[in-house]
Design a protein around this ligand. Structure first.
Ligand SMILES: NC(=O)c1ccc[n+]([C@@H]2O[C@H](COP(=O)([O-])OP(=O)(O)OC[C@H]3O[C@@H](n4cnc5c(N)ncnc54)[C@H](OP(=O)(O)O)[C@@H]3O)[C@@H](O)[C@H]2O)c1
Length: 246
């Protein structure tokens, strides 16, 4: 029970990596704020699954790209739990469109959700985290933010590179009280990849040393490690979890 009595907010936790992370923290004794933008009914089911484990959980609909939504999410969190120990900035979107066909609206939405949303959640969480021992933030980037491989996701790759930069800056400014790290997943089997063409998936899988996409639970394990006491001397780092992609 590494996170007994800790309060954890995971953005975008209705499904995929966020849901797996929320469930993994709950299994280790944490109380959870489950968040999404659209799928509130799905989030209620995740809350029920967590409560069935014997820990507390609440659902909060909030668009992380909307400053007033983020403020309200933190107000509701503090009203219910009184503070917050761990923030996982996981909410993310991608529009796979040829680079020259990308619109300003797609660029703006991608940067607002993936990058500015991460900034806003940190900005409004930190005041409620400062006096909590072992407070920690993990931002979910992507290997695309380190080594951009697809012009069709140029806006996404830019946002994820920004997340790594943001992490390093916050790690410096929030030390020594709050550690801030990044997990950079490679290909993970979730809804975000469900429309990729079969032959493209096969080609990408061939480039992964372990010859498969990762599972959301395998990213959750990396997040929990970075938030645990085992990572007490790690801040500003990026942990790549990609099965050995070349
Ligand atoms: N899967 C991969 O291969 C992979 C690889 C590298 C990095 N990542 C990153 O990992 C994170 C999770 O991805 P995933 O694969 O689990 O994606 P997913 O299955 O599509 O889930 C995305 C989650 O984010 C939520 N969300 C989207 N926009 C939001 C917003 N504006 N405000 C609040 N919540 C929002 C979604 O809920 P609603 O739809 O209800 O809003 C959903 O819960 C993302 O940041 C993604 O970029 C994924």
């Amino acid at each position: 029970m590494r996170f007994k009595n800790k309060v954890v907010l995971v953005t975008g936790s209705s499904r995929g990596i966020g849901k797996a992370t929320a469930l993994a923290f709950a299994r280790e004794g944490a109380s959870i704020i489950v968040n999404c933008d659209k799928e509130i009914a799905v989030v209620d089911a995740v809350v029920k699954e967590i409560k069935d484990m014997g820990v507390d959980a609440i659902a909060i609909q909030a668009d992380v790209a909307d400053e007033s939504d983020v403020q309200r999410m933190l107000e509701e969190t503090i009203k219910h739990f009184g503070g917050i120990d761990i923030l996982v900035n996981n909410a993310g979107i991608v529009f796979d469109v040829p680079i020259l066909e990308k619109t300003v609206e797609q660029w703006e939405r991608t940067l607002k959700v993936n990058l500015i949303g991460t900034f806003l959640c940190i900005k409004y969480t930190v005041p409620h985290m400062k006096d909590r021992l072992g407070a920690s933030i993990v931002n979910i980037s992507s290997t695309n933010g380190i080594d951009s491989i697809s012009p069709e996701s140029a806006d996404y790759d830019t946002s994820k590179a920004g997340v790594i930069s943001l992490t390093k800056n916050f790690a410096q400014s929030l030390a020594p009280h709050i550690r801030v790290n990044t997990v950079a997943p490679g290909w993970i089997d979730t809804d975000i990849n469900k429309d990729l063409p079969k032959d493209y998936v096969e080609g990408e899988t061939a480039q992964i040393a372990l010859k498969r996409f990762g599972r959301p639970e395998e990213i959750a394990k990396a997040v929990l490690f970075l938030c645990s006491e085992d990572a007490n001397f790690i801040t500003g780092s990026t942990l790549v979890v990609d099965g050995g992609y070349q």
